[in-house]
Ligand binder design. Structure first.
Ligand SMILES: [Zn+2]
Length: 273
């Protein structure tokens, strides 16, 4: 699933390609990708100009004049991209926004778990999923971060994945940040010393920043706004590397399940509390 760095990369790449352009036509090949009434969706969007493209948590926002928010959740395999001129939609292209002069935005999704909504500002503010999102890990201070986690008894890995606790983090960056901080994924957050929580905050920011710098990590169908893959998967230290030697101490990396997700860690560098 595209996480914070991937969606951030898509938003940053998309904005210069589509900002200021008007949606002059809409092709909806697979109406179930639209949350809500698909005819109303099309009626709302037609003629709107793109004001800004941004990210919140793992959501991709195309803010339109109106104001109207076109919100994509990419889920497992969703892609929002601007194909080169002449590229034809594929069988997984579910929605096309025609922005005129042969500029199109394609929404592709092989697994079809992703969705898109066109929401007014008021509708956005009454969308429970959106209003319930936790703070952004790149914006929250170290002290605020530690305050949130030190009162939680749940396992640290499941808290990192909980979008209501902190937004935008998935399995990849949770595993990498826990490794960098020397924290076992099954540790209870409230059992961790405060300086370790502060360290986790800086590790998270570092790994997310590095991943954004590398254009995200390429898994499954992730592509940036131009359909190009990211490179951060080359820099994974533990994620998906069960059985490989730890880059720090050469101990064989292990995997365990936390919150139903596989978690890779080094049993020596990340001792169990
Ligand atoms: Zn190690």
């Amino acid at each position: 699933m595209p996480e914070l760095p991937e969606v951030e990369t898509i938003a940053a790449g998309l904005e210069p390609l589509i900002k200021g352009r008007c949606i002059c036509d809409i092709y909806l090949m697979h109406p179930p990708v639209v949350r809500g009434n698909d005819l109303e969706f099309q009626r709302r969007l037609l003629g709107c100009a793109v004001h800004r493209v941004r990210r919140r948590a793992k959501l991709l926002f195309i803010d339109l004049d109106g104001p109207l928010h076109l919100v994509f959740h990419l889920k497992m395999t969703g892609k929002v991209w601007v194909p080169e001129s002449g590229v034809q939609p594929g069988r997984h292209t579910h929605l096309i926004l025609d922005l005129g002069r042969e500029v199109y935005v394609f929404f592709d999704d092989q697994r079809k778990f992703g969705y898109v909504s066109a929401l007014t500002a008021q509708e956005l503010e009454s969308w429970e999923f959106y209003t319930g999102l936790g703070p952004e890990p790149m914006l929250i201070s170290a002290q605020e971060f530690a305050d949130i986690f030190q009162v939680r008894k749940a396992r640290i890995k499941s808290l990192l994945l909980d979008q209501k606790v902190i937004a935008g983090i998935g399995n990849i960056y949770a595993d990498e940040a826990l490794y960098m901080s020397g924290i076992h994924p099954c540790s209870r957050a409230s059992d961790l010393p405060r300086d370790q929580l502060l360290h986790l905050h800086s590790s998270l920011q570092k790994v997310l920043q590095e991943a954004i710098g590398a254009g995200g990590s390429s898994f499954r169908d992730y592509r940036n706004a131009l359909g190009v893959t990211g490179l951060f998967q080359e820099y994974f230290k533990v994620y998906g590397k069960k059985g490989s030697p730890c880059p720090g101490c050469a101990t064989s990396l292990q995997a365990t399940k936390v919150a139903g997700r596989s978690s890779c860690f080094c049993p020596r560098c990340q001792p169990d509390g």
